[in-house]
Ligand binder design. Structure first.
Ligand SMILES: [Zn+2]
Length: 258
């Protein structure tokens, strides 16, 4: 896959319309190509800007004056004219209320769609990671090896924690793509199960409830300017225990470790 192909595929990738093979090829190219990652980021940003745009605008005073000037006031008695004007205003106000409600509803719908899409993508990332050779780019049980490995590979400092005492063994990490962003993925093991913990900078508008999709459990939370999504086939209670253990342990001070 080259950058030219990527230009054609990025939009479909962002809309989650690609098949597994194309989507994997795009993710692989993104992991290696800064240009295409930047382009994807710009597309994602443009989309988010559009969603966040204020669709409801009040009419400027000049427009109001123009409408007022065009009303055939000469044919109306003063009282009737006043009544007609207030009815026009009421109709206008009702129109704006309807527009505002629609815009709010649309925003909520998009947020819910966004969160569903994120869960679906996290699960497909998890499944892909279980393919031979895809799980781990840096293999280690040592948090002090994993954390520096991400330096220069992602533009934020991921939280890496040793949870072996709680029964979750850190086995490594890798780069992945989620919601059009490059994210850090930590890999933990619980018995024979794999837990993928994705993290990236941001803050979800609303805490998502635990979800189950295609037999995988998904938990999402925010902490300290980062968004976390954990995916695994472990039991619900185990994944919740993982979240509790991860959040309870203070993040290792990376600078002090060097
Ligand atoms: Zn490229």
């Amino acid at each position: 896959m080259n950058c030219q192909d990527m230009r054609l595929l990025l939009h479909a990738y962002l809309d989650d319309e690609l098949g597994a093979a194309d989507s994997l090829a795009v993710a692989r190219h993104l992991a290696e190509c800064a240009d295409c990652t930047r382009r994807l980021r710009a597309l994602t940003q443009a989309r988010e800007d559009l969603r966040g745009a204020r669709l409801y605008q009040s009419a400027p005073a000049a427009l109001r004056a123009r409408i007022e000037a065009r009303l055939p006031r000469a044919t109306l008695a003063p009282r009737a004219r006043r009544r007609g004007w207030s009815m026009a205003l009421a109709a206008l106000a009702a129109l704006f209320v309807i527009a505002a409600v629609l815009a709010g509803w649309q925003t909520m719908r998009l947020q819910r769609q966004g969160s569903d899409a994120l869960v679906a993508e996290a699960v497909s990332d998890h499944v892909r990671s279980l393919l031979p050779g895809h799980l781990i780019d840096v293999q280690t049980s040592n948090e002090h090896t994993v954390k520096p490995w991400f330096d220069g590979r992602v533009d934020f400092s991921p939280q890496v924690k040793d949870l072996s005492a709680e029964g979750f063994e850190l086995v490594g990490g890798r780069l992945d793509v989620l919601g059009g962003k490059q994210v850090a993925a930590l890999v933990y093991k619980r018995h024979l199960h794999t837990i993928n913990l994705f993290q990236w900078p941001g803050h979800a508008a609303a805490a998502a409830p635990p979800q189950t999709r295609d037999g995988y459990h998904v938990l999402a939370w925010n902490d300290d300017g980062l968004r976390f999504v954990a995916v695994s086939s472990v039991a619900d209670s185990d994944l919740e225990a993982f979240e509790r253990a991860f959040r309870a342990q203070p993040a290792a001070a990376s600078e002090a470790a060097h």
